[in-house]
Design a protein around this ligand. Sequence first.
Ligand code: C5P
Length: 248
Amino acid sequence: MIRNHSPTDLIVALDFAKPEQALKLVEKLDGLPVVYKVGFELFMADGPSFVRELVHQKRRVFLDLKFHDIPNTVARAAIQASSLHVEMFSVHLSGGSAMVKAVADALADISLIRPKILGVSVLTSFDDVRWAEVTKALTGHAVNTDDSVNGIVEHALAWGADGVICSSLELPSLRKQYPTLYAVVPGIRPEGFSAHDQARVMTPEQARLAGASAIVMGRPIIESQDPRELVEKVLKDLSFVPASELTS
Ligand code: C5P
């Protein structure tokens, strides 16, 4: 496996129904070098105002709404995401070349600081059996997750994506071809934690060693009795913060 020498970001998924719950976690983690991910649940509950609040607090934000629609619609949504000053946002790569290129072109035309476009390859909740159901239905042929991820990533960068979202299981083969690719990896579980609905999982340290640029963790942190302690431990595993610099 290839060792990733650059720091691996920890992205904390704020998968909450209420903004107050999310802000409470953000406060508990205050001062720790993490990125906050706002996804469907919180965005449906509180819309862009929660994102604005995080940005106002100078937090790093990943808007994970996984856009997937016709090119014009997604490009216009991407402009709105940029106007929120998020650091990155996600689109489904299965939206195809016209959609991803439309997003990249739209962002090239605006004067705001350009967020990273992250392309979702194959969701980490898919295992090979479930993914084969989809690929067989769509194409008549069963394809495994590894081949699909490798196949789509090859196009993603040419289409204008700045990075991809994949599982840690695909990282070793991706890294051989794309040593500097910004690869975001959900489906992360520290030793002993439930995988929930995630199918392709690894521990934070395994993901770092496999070459993750950033890992995403939600439920293990949200459900933890002491989220700060857990996040500090994960940051140590990611070698992001020397143990001596962590507050207890
Ligand atoms: O709770 P858990 O750690 O499984 O959360 C993972 C987060 O990452 C969720 O917010 C989910 O929407 C997101 N995600 C994912 N797989 C992807 C892309 C995003 O699990 N491929």
